[in-house]
Write a protein that binds this ligand. Structure first.
Ligand code: MN
Length: 511
């Protein structure tokens, strides 16, 4: 990656002024990294330029691209943050600072199980950096992707460490941001280093299978295309092949038999609007027998990370099982690029305003995750203890959606308990929670909620939080609120105890 190539790539997407600034950053960074080499022996500058190139690919705004060019200068060279701020402005300096902090924290992230104070500090830096601006994580993902793609030059033990960390921390991060394509790229690369034998075995297994089914699938595809045309629908069809790592995960789930996996290859139908998605679903179901349990409407109920599509698996008259994914162009774009799409150079202004909105309630439900991150970050910053479990649940666990009785949607970590929901709705609702009704039935405090549950909190004015509730919450949010309330109540108790004493003394005096 050379300066000219990067500039050429950037040219169609940014203002002239921005391009000049980019060029300035390239020169600054080249100068700063002068004499440094990558493990491959190449000059170091190719790395930050490759990262910036990826960020342009992902369509990020110029501040982020420039921060990509500069992302290793503060950590690895003589350059200072003050210098960067004076040359490239506060936003760029803020992003570079965030990335630097994440790098410093990386050592800690690698080893979450040995939960030492230092790990906690590192983690806190990471989280604080992340929560203030998601673009920091996006730069980190581009950085990680390039490091993974050049991993062959690293010693074996380092390869393993980086690969594991990528699978455990960075891929879930990408997923949480809805960046499906990046998640997959990270997983494939990392898995191929973590378990090369298994990777190769599954790859071969898949190739054999696909060879057999591609012809059959081609026939189905022709039939479907003809039928959609006949119905006057404008569409695009393409095949999507399952990634090796997701095959690996799925095989683990179904007990290792590849015959139980129906979506090795799926057909993806992309249409203009939502209504057409449902029409296509109807047409497919009229043509073939659907497997009822495998019809998924992620359009009406998106996945927690914002992913939308209709999924269905059908059985053809020749008894071939074929999965279809139906979505609009917009949904496709989001599925591939996720949150990065909202930092697109065209939408830059909007997205910044959007993220600066302090009010978590204004964030759409899939991005409640970001506000939860901020909460954990501020708790870590104030020296609060946070357990590994709590972090796992809140940051890296699966998510569920539950509903209020009026249909408001809430995004919670899997395993969340009713009190978590109550506190998420409002801290006063949590405070006065008396009992719960889930899908119309009384529900105990200690039974986890399920995806799709309708949860009603029954409150009583006189019902107050108890210390034992600390065992009945899983989310950081609920715990923070509950702790504060318990603390306050203790104060109140002490005061009322004191008033009682004074009162009884006064009464005695009267006598
Ligand atoms: Mn780097």
């Amino acid at each position: 990656m050379a300066r000219e190539v990067l500039l050429e790539h950037a040219k169609p997407h940014y203002e002239e002024e921005e391009l000049l600034e980019l060029d300035h950053a390239i020169l600054f960074s080249t100068d700063a990294h002068e004499g440094q080499k990558r493990k491959s022996g190449e000059p170091y500058i190719i790395h930050p330029l490759a990262v910036a190139d990826t960020l342009i690919d992902w369509g990020l705004d110029m501040d982020t691209v420039i921060a990509g060019v500069l992302h290793d200068t503060v950590e690895d060279t003589e350059a200072t943050l003050e210098e960067i701020e004076s040359l490239f402005g506060r936003d760029v300096a803020f992003l570079v600072d965030g990335v630097t902090k994440v790098s410093q924290a990386r050592a800690g992230m690698r080893n979450l199980d040995s939960y030492l104070p230092q790990t906690k500090d590192n983690l806190s830096k990471l989280l604080i950096a992340v929560s203030q601006d998601v673009r920091v994580i996006i730069i980190k993902l581009a950085d990680r992707l390039h490091n993974l793609s050049t991993l062959q030059h690293m010693p074996k033990d380092k390869q393993q460490k980086i690969a594991r960390e990528s699978l455990e921390v960075f891929a879930p991060m990408a997923d949480r941001l809805g960046m499906g394509r990046v998640r997959m790229q990270i997983e494939e690369l990392a898995f191929s280093y973590l378990d090369p034998g298994e990777f190769q075995r599954l790859k071969n297994l898949m190739r054999k299978r696909l060879g057999k089914s591609t012809r059959k699938l081609g026939k189905v595809r022709q039939e479907v295309e003809a039928e959609l045309k006949h119905n006057g629908i404008e569409f695009e069809v393409n095949g999507r092949v399952k990634s090796v790592y997701s095959l690996y995960k799925k095989l683990k789930k179904v007990g290792g038999n590849i015959d139980d996996i129906y979506d090795l290859m799926a057909l993806r139908v992309i249409v203009k609007n939502k209504e057409q998605c449902y029409r296509v679903l109807g047409i497919l179901h009229a043509m073939y027998q659907p497997m009822i349990s495998r019809i998924k409407d992620y359009i009406a109920v998106p996945k927690p990370n914002g992913y939308q599509s209709l999924h269905t698996t059908v059985i053809t008259p020749n008894e071939h099982i074929v999965e279809f994914q139906i979505r609009t162009y917009g949904m496709h774009e989001y599925a591939e690029r996720g949150l990065a799409a909202s930092f697109h150079y065209h939408e830059q202004k909007d997205s910044k305003d959007y993220l600066r909105k302090k009010n978590a309630a204004k964030l759409s439900s899939q991005h409640q995750w970001i506000s939860q991150l901020q909460e954990i970050a501020s708790r870590l910053g104030s020296g609060d203890e946070i357990s590994k479990d709590e972090l796992d649940v809140n940051l890296f666990g699966d998510r569920i959606f539950v509903y209020s009785p009026v249909g408001d949607i809430y995004n919670l970590p899997e395993g969340a308990l009713p009190l978590d929901f109550a506190y998420m709705v409002h801290s006063d609702i949590g405070k006065h929670a008396y009992s719960f009704r889930v899908n119309g039935n009384i529900h105990p405090f200690d039974k986890p909620l399920q995806n799709g549950d309708v949860v009603e909190v029954i409150t009583r004015k006189l019902s107050l939080p108890k210390k034992s509730w600390l065992e009945l919450v899983r989310t950081s949010h609920a715990r923070t609120k509950l702790r504060a309330q318990l603390k306050k109540m203790q104060v109140v108790e002490t005061i009322s105890a004191a008033t009682n004493i004074i009162r009884s003394k006064a009464l005695r005096k009267q006598k």
